[in-house]
Design a protein around this ligand. Structure first.
Ligand SMILES: Cc1ncc(COP(=O)(O)O)c(C=O)c1O
Length: 374
């Protein structure tokens, strides 16, 4: 609609020390990955997540790739992970030749249903990959108990939930290796960027080598292993340091935004909202997701089209791994069925959730959402 303000799905907030630190990069000439903001960001972020080591990389997807390589997963090793997630989780496992084994989502939290994990454990299982999606963390007690019982590693994808806590402990502190993204829709952003966090010095060293072409420390340009250039620049880390200074403020703002949407939408019977809190966490509302109930005669794609026409940016939920054409072509997940994931992928979408959103924009987005529903 030409005459009304379009409300974008995401707008980051960059009005702290970002500009000052970026100018510092330019004035000092430190623009590559060698600059001092990298160490500051790695140390500051790791400390905030309750971890000993942080390894900054160029995005969250390569953080997962690097983590999978660093764990020395072998072909035919199995990794249990959610069906309902973003593809880079499964591609990280697949690219090292290991086998992703899926579990369905929980219908209320939309996270992996941890009660389905144990039945999928075999003698080949080496790890559980947890992915905290949208607002609430995965129920970690059960995952930790299974990892201990069967001697499995935990790979934690906390890309969407920096600043979240599970029973008071930072999300991102649960994995043998944990990964984060700093894409602009995340709670803190570096434009593009990612981080690997761990308490294991050997894993941290390995990830540092892998992100930088595996140069031999004693002889540059000599390599015992094939690495990658997954380095973050000092410019990105400068943004990260400035954003990290405000992370708690951002998380509090996200929760206020989520509470306002809840207030405006909780009476709408044709949509399911996210769970605001459980006994282990309060939602962090990374994005504000809704799922169309069965009585709504259209799906998420049509809802997004209607919303776009009404001046509201919206995005679909993830599309499950077992329904990805690329994995079908590779002969993976044949005959797998995950009814909850399949349903929420078809019926779920998220509405404007960026930190730059005003209360008035939230009110307008909610009003327009209600107007497109039957
Ligand atoms: C759960 C999850 N993992 C990984 C990623 C990948 O992060 P990036 O976009 O930085 O590669 C995302 C991105 O949104 C994500 O939501």
């Amino acid at each position: 609609m030409a005459d009304q303000e379009f409300i974008p799905v995401n707008t980051p907030l960059l009005d702290g020390n970002e500009k000052k630190y970026l100018i510092e990069c330019i004035d000092t000439g430190w623009v590559s990955s060698e600059g001092p903001f990298i160490k500051r960001f790695e140390e500051g972020f790791a400390a905030k997540m309750g971890r000993k080591y942080g390894v900054a990389v160029s995005n969250g997807s390569v953080a997962l790739d690097t983590a999978a390589i660093s764990l020395d997963l072998k072909p035919s090793d199995e990794v249990i992970m959610p069906a309902f997630t973003i593809i880079c989780c499964a591609s990280a496992i697949t690219r090292v030749g290991a086998v992703p084994v899926l579990v369905d989502a929980d219908p209320l939290t939309w996270n992996m249903d941890v009660s389905q994990i144990e039945a999928k454990i075999t003698s080949r299982t080496k790890a559980i990959m947890v992915v905290h999606v949208y607002g609430l963390p995965v129920e970690m007690d059960k995952v930790i108990q299974l990892a201990q019982k069967y001697n499995l590693k935990i790979i934690e994808d906390a890309a969407e939930q920096h600043g979240q806590h599970y029973k008071g402990r930072p999300v991102g502190s649960f994995g043998d290796i944990s990964c984060f993204s700093f894409y602009p829709n995340k709670h803190i952003t570096t434009g593009e960027g990612g981080m690997i966090a761990t308490d294991d010095p050997t894993l941290a060293k390995r990830c540092r080598a892998l992100r930088n072409l595996c140069f031999r420390p004693d002889r540059r340009f000599v390599h015992d292993e094939l690495g990658y250039n997954y380095r973050m620049t000092n410019i990105q880390a400068a943004l990260g340091v400035a954003q990290l200074e405000r992370m708690d403020e951002f998380v509090a703002k996200k929760r206020r935004m989520g509470a306002l949407y809840n207030k405006l939408l909780s009476h709408v019977t044709s949509i399911q909202l996210g769970v605001p809190r459980t006994d282990y966490a309060e939602s962090i509302y990374w994005v504000y997701g809704v799922v169309l109930k069965d009585e709504v005669p259209f799906d998420a794609r049509q809802a997004i089209e209607r919303l776009t026409n009404a001046g509201v940016g919206a995005r679909p939920f993830f599309w499950c791994m077992h329904e990805q054409p690329v994995f079908e072509k590779m002969g993976m997940f044949k005959n797998d069925k995950y009814p909850v994931g399949e349903r929420i992928a078809r019926r779920g979408f998220y509405i404007p959730s960026g930190l730059g959103l005003s209360e008035k924009q939230i009110e307008t987005a909610a009003k327009r959402l209600i107007s497109i529903l039957p």
